[in-house]
Write a protein that binds this ligand. Structure first.
Ligand code: PLP
Length: 527
């Protein structure tokens, strides 16, 4: 019955054009206790709702509660009694009148063979793939949707939810823009699928500077941002049930892509008490004979942590012991503060197969141009077949954006303007210090000082504010102060006690915003 209910619920939602977030919002407005986790369990067929919640859903979706419950066959049921239709509302919001039991419509997608021409044919509808059932990408999820709705209604929202430097006045270096313009007419055709020679040569030289071993020009693949390559590299590797160790909190694309590729993301904890470094004991405890790889995000989004050599060595030791691939996401490696040095983990693992990801979205403030790359290194012999799969997928998407590839050499060579942002007096560094101090001054909030990137992941004393849902907290802050942050759950952090702030706005704006957040917490009590 649960599965029939789930199927009918999904169908009715599609018919009404309602998303889970719409139903959650309606429930909140009507005082019905039904949160996001409840509705997602109903939709995936894990549980049935209580009667009052079921009645509420039936009312919102304008379908018959009995039909939705799945207890009685639909009036449109086929000869086998299996429901293939549902009573529809007559448009004024009232529930449908009974339909003669003899009336039949054809299953979804088929033309009706009804003998009763008075009865409307059932419309074919299209749902999303089941492959997306375990995929979550809440950084642009329900809270961001609500912010967009508010903006469309004329409210100004300060967005501290996406690491997108350009809207905050971080400008692309002039030379990079000039070179792109200069080469535009020469970059109209496809490039080789791995990328232009000049771009890959520059990335290869960058890999040399980072001491990444055994890298030839053939081991470099450019992509439409690191995002495309995360998806591509996992799709080429994983079979159903393969496990990949992913940090918690993580940049959620990693978890999403592991699951989308049919694998299972197994989260290892990063420990706030130890500067958010990966908990090696936890990593060890989560390894099974299905574990194929470990993902390291260093510098880290959302915590801003930078892992020292000793921590990286422990990860290499575990990977070596269990013969794991290391995927290292290093997109923030040029945004490191306090005079610290970023170490590429691949440089410490010449005997293992490593894939290192980076790009220009953050260091060159050109997130919109979509320039990323991945570097295969170390022991490539053990991954020959996998590399064939990677190349096949890279060929299938033809190539990455060619005008954007044409500036990689310019961007990686010569003066690195990003360096001016991360030293004392530089925007990123000063903004980091301000946000760190102002957040820690709020009673009930504490945050570890970020060492890199432009994120901070503060902890909330949930008892003090009665916080049980971090998503609700994010919505309340949005409604009250018009500030959009990302709740910790969006980063696969499984307690409701964290949120992420992107500290890209200028000092004046940040100071005002942090003041507003302090004001919000001064009397917040989650209802
Ligand atoms: N990896 C991490 C850790 C990120 O934070 C981001 C973007 O925020 C990406 C990858 C995606 O970057 P790109 O713009 O290159 O797709």
């Amino acid at each position: 019955m649960t599965m029939v209910f789930a199927e009918r619920l999904r169908e009715a939602m599609i018919d009404r054009g309602l998303k889970q977030v719409d139903l959650v919002r309606a429930a909140e407005e009507r005082g019905v206790r039904m949160g996001k986790s409840h509705i997602s369990q109903y939709v995936s067929g894990k549980t049935m709702p209580r009667e009052d919640v079921l009645a509420f859903l039936a009312g919102e979706l304008k379908v018959d509660a009995a039909w939705l419950r799945g207890e009685q066959p639909s009036p449109h049921a086929g000869a086998d009694g299996k429901a293939d239709g549902k009573p529809a509302s007559d448009g004024d919001g009232s529930l449908p009148s009974p339909v003669p039991a003899s009336t039949r419509t054809a299953p979804s997608g088929e033309a009706s063979s009804s003998s009763d021409d008075d009865y409307p044919k059932r419309r074919r509808t299209f749902g999303k793939s089941r492959k997306l059932d375990n995929v979550l990408y809440d950084v642009r999820g329900p809270v961001a949707d609500e912010a967009m709705r508010m903006e469309a209604a004329g409210t100004h929202i300060l967005k501290l939810n996406i690491g997108n430097p350009a809207p905050f006045g971080f400008r692309t270096p002039d030379e990079v823009v000039y070179d792109m313009a200069h080469q535009l007419t020469e970059t109209e055709g496809y490039s080789p699928s791995k990328g232009l020679f000049s771009a890959r040569k520059a990335i290869m030289q960058y890999a040399q500077l980072k001491h990444i071993p055994n890298v030839t020009i053939e081991d470099i693949y450019t992509g439409n941002g690191v995002s495309e390559l995360i998806n591509l590299s996992l799709s080429a590797l994983l079979d159903a049930g393969d496990e990949v160790l992913v940090p918690s909190p993580d940049y959620p694309l990693w978890t999403a892509c592991v699951n989308l590729a049919g694998g299972a993301a197994v989260h290892y904890v990063c420990d706030e008490e130890s500067e958010w470094y990966p908990d090696i004991a936890d990593i060890r405890s989560k390894i099974t004979d299905r574990t194929k790889a470990i993902v390291v995000i260093n510098p880290n989004n959302p915590t801003g942590a930078l892992y020292p050599r000793e921590v990286l060595q422990e990860i290499v030791d575990v990977a070596r012991e269990h013969q794991l691939i290391i995927f290292s996401d290093e997109i923030y490696d040029r945004l490191v503060m306090d005079g610290l040095e970023h170490v590429s983990i691949a440089s410490m693992a010449p005997d293992l197969f490593c894939v290192t990801f980076s790009g220009l979205s953050k260091s060159h403030m050109i997130a919109g141009w979509r320039v990323g790359w991945m570097i295969l290194s170390g022991n490539k012999r053990i991954a020959r077949d996998y590399i064939e799969g990677i190349t096949m997928l890279a060929n299938m998407r033809m190539c990455s954006n060619v005008p954007a590839q044409s500036i990689v050499q310019t961007a990686l060579g010569g003066h690195q303007s990003v360096n001016d942002y991360i030293v004392p007096g530089g925007r990123v560094r000063d903004q980091r210090d301000l946000v760190y101090e102002m957040l820690n001054d709020i009673p009930g909030i504490s945050a570890v000082k970020p060492k890199a990137a432009f994120y901070i992941f503060p902890k909330i004393d949930v008892k003090r504010f009665n916080i049980r849902s971090d998503e609700k907290f994010a919505l309340d802050l949005l409604h009250d102060k018009h500030i959009l942050i990302s709740h910790g759950g969006a980063f696969n952090w499984h307690k409701p006690d964290h949120f992420r702030v992107v500290y890209l706005p200028r000092m004046t704006m940040l100071r005002e915003t942090m003041g507003d957040i302090a004001d919000f917490f001064s009397d917040y009590w989650q209802a």
